[in-house]
Design a protein around this ligand. Structure first.
Ligand code: FAD
Length: 519
């Protein structure tokens, strides 16, 4: 039975939910309920930027999702992390601040997403941020979200820039401004040495307003429908089933996986599938279809001399660094070990970059060390090529009609655009290979993890051959099974037939869907 009624109910206190809670409660007359399955974001690892390493290693504040075995990745299941805490994924993410290419926004607008061209969204980007580099025609100077350039001081990053120049690849002063393409210093959502999550930036100020109620540790099980109108929600908190009513709108912002799950549990989704799991379909829509994600992989190399971050990982230095970061927002705990992003076209004829490289100056398996007690691992560095325009399409399905059950996540990463092609392209770009002259001295030709597919030699450009040969010599015969770490960017489903550009699901009134490109 509905006990309380609000004007708006927001499901999920992630990036989208926190912004909406802030904006909707600016109207003092509007009563807003924000319902989040996770708890409060009190943990220092969330706020101290370098705590991110432990968050990911232990999958803290994470739903813990895994994909189904991916047929074209040797049946591997890939981590599909999503934040489960105030701030959602913005409380556990890598904090890279990348707006996206203006050409992508403009293409969406041309295809009918009214209001989503870059000219349309730029004022919102600017209004959203306070950029430490200062406001200008592209950047904001007084918004709630803090953004800044990477503060890493590793000489490897300028050397990479030099390698790019030597290879004739452009550099860009600010990839979130006039030109994205090229090699540029990384940018992060960090402010005053702390993670600028959606909860810190948008929700915390709004929580002081009397018209916002935040329910944490509350799992939404369905949207209550009156015919085809959203009337409220049902959720479980402390073992009790509760209901709340929405006089104006229910906003579903449960993230790329949570949103389709909630919609389908409510009877909004592909009718045949809903029947199969025992749910009575109310509105037959292609919810959960067209799942897309940016597959990426870490290419790791040994480093000839330990870099600055590796030295910082000595236990006593790091403990002191984390305390300084937590108490005062200063010191090495506030600096993440990345410094460079590159957006590159692998073929000149394409309109926008199709590969993004992220560079880090430390090995992916770095750990705390202390002389005699725990020896350090050899240092390394890593390049993460990421497919920007994946052509694979997957889907999200319900495992059952129980909201506690994780969904079935199937990406269907295809052979045509698998990671091996991305690796081949990455290794084929001279500026990303340690054999490039400005980089000689930093790295040794010894990839720390081997590529894992036989298709790769055929795809490898000549310039990458020495690197590949070395890999095979070090991991004879077994390199296909080598532990390569895959990564995705947690995008969503694109199903234009399910939702209009106003974010209203078709055939359903009093509701909106706001998560990472859901439709
Ligand atoms: C590990 C990781 C690293 C990333 N790195 C970057 C990066 O560096 N840069 C970048 O731009 N993006 C990054 N992303 C992606 C980015 O963080 C997300 O795209 C963005 O935060 C998604 O926002 P959202 O509002 O759609 O969903 P989320 O922020 O995921 O919010 C959804 C919220 O809904 C809640 N929820 C879900 N189901 C229910 C339910 N049934 N009941 C109640 N609550 C529910 C969840 O607990 C969560 O809090 C990363 C993501 C992850 C997971």
């Amino acid at each position: 039975m509905i006990t309380n009624t609000y004007d708006y109910i927001i499901i999920g206190a992630g990036s989208a939910g926190c912004v909406l809670a802030n904006r909707l409660t600016e109207d003092e007359a509007a009563q807003v309920l924000l319902v989040e399955a996770g708890g409060r974001d009190w943990h220092p690892y969330i706020h101290v930027p370098l705590g991110m390493g432990k968050l990911h290693e232990r999958r803290m504040f994470d739903w813990g999702f895994m994909t189904e075995p991916e047929a074209n990745l040797n049946g591997r299941c890939i981590e599909a992390s999503r934040g489960k805490v105030l701030g959602g994924s913005s409380s556990i993410n890598v904090m890279a601040y990348t707006r996206g290419n203006r050409g992508d926004f403009d293409r969406w607008a041309q295809k009918g997403a009214t209001g989503w061209s870059y000219a349309d969204v730029l004022p919102y980007f600017k209004r959203c941020e306070t950029f430490a580099g200062g406001a200008n025609v592209w950047r904001g100077g007084s918004g709630p979200l803090g953004t800044e350039f990477a503060k890493t001081t590793d000489p490897l990053y300028p050397a990479w820039i030099e390698a790019a120049k030597a290879a004739g690849i452009a550099t860009t002063a600010d990839y979130n401004a006039a030109c994205q393409e090229g090699f540029g210093r990384s940018q992060y959502t960090i402010r005053n040495g702390r993670r600028s999550s959606a909860a810190s930036a948008f929700l915390k100020p709004a929580m002081r307003r009397p018209n916002l109620k935040v329910e944490t540790r509350a799992l939404v099980t369905r949207v209550i429908l009156r015919e085809t109108s959203a009337a409220g929600i049902e959720y479980i908190k402390n073992g009790c089933v509760l209901q709340a009513g929405a006089a104006r709108e229910v906003i579903v912002s449960g993230g790329a996986f949570g949103t389709p799950q909630i919609l389908m549990l409510s009877g909004i989704g592909p009718a045949a599938h809903l029947h199969k799991v025992g749910i009575n379909p109310v509105i037959d829509l292609p919810v959960g279809r067209n799942l897309q994600d940016h597959l990426a992989v870490f290419l790791s190399f040994a480093r000839s001399q330990p870099g600055p971050f590796h030295r910082q990982m000595r236990f006593d230095r790091m403990a002191f660094g984390m305390i300084r970061a937590w108490l005062f927002g200063i010191g090495p705990g506030t600096v993440v070990p990345g410094g460079l992003h590159a957006f590159v076209k692998t073929r000149p004829e394409i309109a926008v970059p199709d590969i993004e490289f992220m560079f880090r100056g430390v090995a992916t398996d770095v750990h705390l060390w202390f002389p005699v007690i725990r020896p350090p691992r050899p240092d390394g560095f890593a390049i993460r090529p990421t497919l920007l325009h994946p052509d694979s399409r997957g889907e999200i399905l319900l495992r059952s009609n129980d909201a506690h059950d994780p969904m079935l996540i199937v990406y269907n990463f295809s052979q045509r655009q698998t990671i091996c092609r991305s690796c081949a392209r990455a290794s084929g770009l001279p500026a990303t290979s340690p054999i490039s002259s400005p980089l000689i001295g930093f790295g040794v030709l010894r990839p720390r993890q081997a590529p894992r597919t036989r298709a790769m030699p055929k795809l490898m450009p000549t310039s990458a051959k020495p690197l590949l040969r070395h890999t095979i010599q070090r991991q004879p015969a077994r390199w296909e099974q080598a532990p390569m770490r895959y990564w995705t960017h947690r995008c969503g489903c694109e199903a234009p037939s399910a939702c209009a550009s106003s974010m209203r699901p078709r055939c359903l009134t009093s509701s909106r869907v706001t998560s990472t490109p859901q439709f």
